[in-house]
Ligand binder design. Structure first.
Ligand SMILES: Cc1ncc(COP(=O)(O)O)c(C=O)c1O
Length: 370
């Protein structure tokens, strides 16, 4: 069966704003201001302002570098450890290890599937200096609990907000509970570039300026290199695309939330399907709408038969990946369960009612066939 409902429809999103985006790209090409231009400056200012008050931003090459730059800017002592949830995209760990940190995994909450703050205490050592909640799928982790634990144990906090553009906790945005919040603008994110791109946000301008230095070969003035860094700049061309898309991001997030509401209401109580748990403090922006299904192979087969494209984020928890054999003896039951049962339903601001009906009908068919 051909695909009738795409999991994510990037061409449709482009078509909706085609002329505005192409105009922005043409303008950058005409001025050929490709590195450090006015679009980048505008994007840093506008994105920080869009996320929340009193935040400063640095655009950088991608979300993985954003984590490395942020972690390095904290200048933690050698041998420092960071707490990370066992279920996230592996780039969270890559970014931290690239900054010289040692990662300690903690299981996720069985309801929200986010860092389980009740388990952090048992993983703290006298080397723990950083806690890294990941706002996976667009819902913020329990930032009251994380902030409290961090304060009590003299730890810094770095939020991996790669999937959480616009998410809030008790009405406050990412970046307000931490030293840094990092973002990815990978094309499929709620705010996606036309290639790789990322950003770092902080309430502390001095920390952002350290990151800026690191991301530009350690240099403020051309050929004056104050410290060793590398090149992790955000292209002006990408910034121009992001500036156009940023204007529509609130509207897109609202649409994502409407899609989620429709799934919530239509799939409530359906046999062998667990819907996402959303904390009352959380404003969820649904980068993904992830359900857990007991018989995933059969579910995936059914969706394929019905032309519904779904995703799996992610098929393995971090300690199950060949890249992290060093953790293969560890066990994180909730992360393992999500890896085995999680399915990301179609989620895109362009989804039509007729497409959502196809998805819901296909899930009912699966449930009846059990
Ligand atoms: C949770 C999380 N962290 C980090 C990253 C890394 O971002 P990038 O792919 O832009 O390097 C991603 C993006 O896929 C992500 O989803």
């Amino acid at each position: 069966m051909e695909i009738r409902v795409k999991q994510l429809n990037l061409p449709a999103l482009f078509e909706a704003h085609r002329s505005e985006i192409l105009e922005a790209i043409t303008r950058v090409c005409e001025t050929s201001s490709f590195i450090g231009g006015s679009d980048l400056k505008k994007f840093e200012k506008d994105f920080a302002g869009w996320v929340g008050e009193g935040l400063f931003a640095l655009g950088c090459a991608n979300g993985t570098d954003a984590i490395t730059l942020a972690a390095l800017s904290l200048k933690l002592p050698a041998g420092s450890e960071a707490i990370v949830p066992a279920m996230t995209y592996l780039a969270t760990v890559e970014g931290l290890e690239n900054a010289g940190l040692t990662v300690r995994l903690v299981d996720i909450d069985p309801g929200t599937w986010l860092l389980d703050s009740r388990l952090i205490g048992a993983s703290l050592t006298n080397q723990t200096r950083l806690i890294v909640p990941v706002h996976l799928y667009g819902q913020m982790a329990d930032m009251d609990a994380v902030s409290q634990i961090a304060q009590k144990n003299n730890c810094r906090v770095l939020e991996d907000a790669s999937q959480a553009h616009g998410a809030k906790w008790n009405g406050r945005s990412v970046g307000h509970f931490s030293d840094f919040a990092t973002f990815s603008f990978y094309p499929g994110k709620n705010l996606g570039a036309f290639g790789d791109a990322g950003a770092i946000l902080s309430r502390h301008q001095n920390l952002i300026e350290i990151s800026r230095l690191l991301a530009n070969h350690g240099s403020r003035v051309k050929y004056e290199h104050e410290i060793p860094g590398w090149n992790s700049r955000l292209d002006n061309l990408q910034a121009a695309v992001l500036n156009v898309k940023l204007k529509y991001l609130s509207e897109w997030n609202d649409k994502r939330r409407l899609v989620a509401k429709f799934y919530d209401e239509s799939l409530k109580g359906i046999k062998s399907v667990t819907l996402p748990t959303v904390r009352k403090e959380a404003f969820h922006v649904y980068h993904q709408y992830v359900i857990a299904v007991e018989n995933r192979e059969k579910f995936l087969e059914r969706m394929k038969e019905k032309g519904v494209e779904v995703g799996i984020h992610y098929p393995k928890a971090l300690h199950q990946l060949p890249a992290y054999k060093k953790w293969s003896q560890l066990s994180f039951p909730c992360a393992e369960k999500l890896a085995a049962q999680g399915v990301s339903l179609p989620m895109c601001p362009t989804l039509k009612a007729s497409e959502l009906d196809i998805v819901v009908k296909a899930i009912y068919d699966y449930s009846r066939s059990l």
